[in-house]
Design a protein around this ligand. Structure first.
Ligand code: SF4
Length: 313
């Protein structure tokens, strides 16, 4: 459990006599509130990939997360203040992650642990991986590394504590959960053929309309030169006729046709060469056997005679 040290709360404006430092604190409400929150953060108990092993190591006895008052990892989002996103966020998993985040009560914080959670890591742009959890949730602290060491995670947690220390109850931007009315839940992404962010629905609809009209669409403007190239690729191609050794080859792709022609030529050359070699070997073995053909007939009597002569020596 976090150690209770009243000196952390002292305000420099109101000096407290030395002999009373351990018993009396004159401080502001914000400071007291922040101190109590940051000294008893309960992280949510869940891990996504290899980074989670380092998170577990951080909670174990060697690194001892309890020094920060964070040893109580909760298996329920309703009792958690901190979501440590430790590992690769796949498109399938981002849906329950956002749902769990919505179920956490305010004030709540998110720590992206490792390269994967921060920006996709080694799997960035992968067909099934989200390029960082910050595309869906507000991240407070990023811890770099693949995986980050327990020391790095502790450093990230201390950075989060410092961030909480800097918040003020008087500033609604710092503590929006005290605002008027219920907080808006973060829209939960939809998993279809690909992941869909409901916040981008208008943009997706606009792009779909453009696509239906056959117009170019996309987030970035396509340069004119690229557009020309695209149109040229779409235009139907005439199938080139390529004369090859075996006849005429028809191909959709000129490169493929050239490759085919090359292969045919090489085959023909090989055939011609092997024919010449066979002829040459027949000439070398002359006189040709009476039976004809390239192969000499097996003469059993001659072979036995040879063996006998060898043995006699
Ligand atoms: S950052 Fe590295 S260690 Fe962490 S989940 Fe990704 S691949 Fe695994």
């Amino acid at each position: 459990m976090a150690q209770l040290d009243l000196r952390e709360l002292h305000s420099t404006e109101f000096p407290v006599p030395d002999e009373m430092q351990g018993n009396v604190a004159i401080t502001s409400l914000s400071k007291l509130y922040n101190w109590s929150r940051r000294s008893s953060m309960w992280p949510m108990l869940f891990g996504l990939a290899c980074c989670a092993i380092e998170m577990i190591a951080t909670a174990a006895s060697r690194y001892d997360l309890s020094r920060f008052g964070m040893e109580v990892m909760r298996a329920s989002p309703r009792q958690s203040d901190l979501m440590i996103v430790s590992g690769t966020v796949t498109k399938k998993m981002v849906v329950p992650i956002v749902r769990l985040y919505n179920q956490m009560p305010e004030p709540k914080y998110v720590l992206a642990m490792g390269a994967c959670a921060s920006g996709g890591g080694p799997f960035k742009e992968g067909y099934n991986v989200v390029s960082g959890i910050d595309q869906y949730l507000p991240v407070d602290v990023y811890v770099p590394g693949c995986p980050p060491t327990p020391q790095a995670l502790l450093y990230g947690l201390i950075a989060l504590q410092k961030k909480i220390d800097g918040q003020s109850l008087a500033n609604m931007d710092d503590v929006p959960w005290y605002g008027v009315g219920p907080a808006e839940p973060t829209p939960v992404p939809i998993l279809g053929p690909d992941i869909i962010d409901p916040r981008q629905m208008d943009l997706i609809r606009r792009q779909a309309e453009l696509a239906a009209q056959g117009k170019p669409y996309g987030l970035r403007e396509i340069p004119e030169s690229a557009l020309k190239r695209q149109t040229a690729q779409i235009a139907p191609k005439t199938k080139p006729q390529i004369a090859a050794a075996s006849g005429t080859v028809e191909a959709d792709d000129p490169e493929k046709a050239a490759r085919l022609a090359k292969r045919e030529a090489a085959l023909a050359r090989k055939k011609a060469e092997s024919g010449e070699t066979a002829a040459a070997s027949v000439v070398a073995d002359a006189p040709a056997p009476a039976t004809g053909g390239d192969k000499k007939a097996f003469d059993k009597a001659a072979m036995l005679e040879k063996i006998r002569a060898k043995k006699a020596k």
